[in-house]
Design a protein around this ligand. Sequence first.
Ligand SMILES: Cc1cc2nc3c(=O)[nH]c(=O)nc-3n(C[C@H](O)[C@H](O)[C@H](O)COP(=O)(O)OP(=O)(O)OC[C@H]3O[C@@H](n4cnc5c(N)ncnc54)[C@H](O)[C@@H]3O)c2cc1C
Length: 444
Amino acid sequence: MRRKDARRAPAVMGASTGAARRAPGGRGTQLRRLDRMDGLLYACKRLRIQRRSSRRRMRAMHRELWMSGAYDVIVIGLGAMGSSACYHLAARGHRVLGLDQYHLAHDRGSSHGETRLIRKAYFENPSYVPLLRRAYELWENLELECGRTLFERAGLVTFGRPGASRVFDGARASGRLYDIPLEEFSREQAIGRWPIYRPPEGFAAAFEPGAGFLYAERCVLAHANEARKRGAELRENEPVVDFAIENRQAVVRTACGRYTAARLIVAGGGWSASLLRELVLPLTLRKMMLGWFPATSDHAAEKGAPGFVFDLDDDFYYGFPQIDGESIKVAGHRRFEPLAAPEDKDRLPPSAQRIAPLRQFVRDCLPFAQDEMLRTSHCIYTMTPDEDFIIDRHPTAPELVFAAGFSGHGFKFASVVGEILADLAIEGETAQPISFLSAARFSA
Ligand SMILES: Cc1cc2nc3c(=O)[nH]c(=O)nc-3n(C[C@H](O)[C@H](O)[C@H](O)COP(=O)(O)OP(=O)(O)OC[C@H]3O[C@@H](n4cnc5c(N)ncnc54)[C@H](O)[C@@H]3O)c2cc1C
C-alpha cells in the first residue's frame, strides 16, 4: 500500500487509517507439498532479499535509521513475541528499546503458566507448518545460546474420533502433507503403550514424537536476556501512554519519558486492541483457566510421558507431563469466559462451573491422576474471528509493524514471529510465507 504524507496521516493511537485491502490468495494457496521445497523457497527468497539489500542500500538504511531517532527500533510489549523481536533486532546489531508495563515473564497477560505445547502436525491450518519448521530451528539456537533447556521433546499424543475430529484428522492431514513423522494407534494399542490415558470408545491416537513442550517463562527470559547481552535496552514496569509516527519517526511516550526511533513494533498481546485502536482490529479476549491435578510419577516427563490432547465432544482438553514431581497441568481450549479488559482477568476466582468439566475430564480419561485441583491460574486468549494470527505493517505508516491475535496457539511460534517482526521493521518484507496472516483479510 502506498504511504501517504506521514504528517497528514500519523499512526497515532486511536487515529483511524481506514480499511485495509483484502490479501490475495487463501489458505489453500499457502500449502506446500515438500519439506525440501519449503527450505529451498525460503532460501531463495532470503537470498533475493539479501541481494536487494546491497551494501549501498544497507548504508542508506542505516544512515536513515541513525538520523531518525535515538533508537533504531522501539518494541512495545515484552511478552513472548516482543521479547523475541528484541532478541532478533539486537542480534542484527540494531539499537533496540523494549518497553513493558510489567516485569518480564509476569502473569497478567498470555505468556505465563510454566509450559506451552509445541507441535508441527498443525491441525488448525497446514499453512503454519513452514513457520513451525523455522520456529523449531530458532528455539534450538536459543537453547544453545542461553545454555538452558527451553524445549522438552516429550512427544505429543492426540486422541480423537477418526473421521469426526477436526483436531485428530487435521493433525494427520498436516502430517501427511509435510511428511511429519506421526505414529498411529488404535484405542487398545494406545492404552497398551500409555496406560495413563483412557480414551473413550471409538477413539484412536496419533503420536508425534518430535513434538513436546516449551518452558514459557524461561523462553521469554531467554529472549530478553540474550537481547540485553547484545545491547538491547529493556525497560520493565514502564507503561506506554501513547505513540505516534511523526515525520517518519516513531515517538513513544511512557510513564517515565519520551523516546524516538526509526521503527516501531507493537506486540501488546491482550492490550493490542487498545494499543492499535485506530486499526480497529477484530480482536476479542477470553479468560482461560489452567488447573494442576495430583498424578503419579507415571506421568513424569523423564519416564517418557508425552503431552496429550483429547478432542472430546464437549471440549478439546490438553495437558502436560509432570515436571514438579506431584501434579500435571490440564486445560480446556474451548471453554472460556469473555473478558472486557485484560485487567479483569484475576478479578474473580474460578467458579465451580468452570472447574467441574476439567475434574470430569481427569476422572474419565486420566486414571493415574486425581480430580482434586491443587492450584489454578488464568491466562488470556486474544482471538481473531478466524483464529489465525495478525502480523503486518501499518497500511499507511510502514514504520509501524504489529503482531496480535494469537488466538490461544501462538507461543510455539514466538521464536519465528520475532524474526519476522525484525524482517518487516528493518527490511520492509520477510521471506516467511505470512500473507495469510495479513490484517487486510478482515477488511470489507
Ligand atoms: C491458557 C493458555 C494456554 C496456551 N497454550 C498454548 C500452547 O500450548 N501452545 C501455544 O503455542 N500457545 C499457547 N497459548 C497461546 C500463547 O501463550 C500466546 O499466543 C502468546 O503467549 C501470546 O504472546 P504475546 O506476546 O502476544 O502476549 P503477552 O505475552 O501477553 O505480551 C504482551 C505484552 O505487552 C505488554 N503491554 C501491553 N500494553 C502495554 C503498554 N501500554 N505498555 C507497555 N507494555 C504493554 C504486556 O504487559 C505484555 O507483557 C496459550 C495461551 C493461554 C492463555
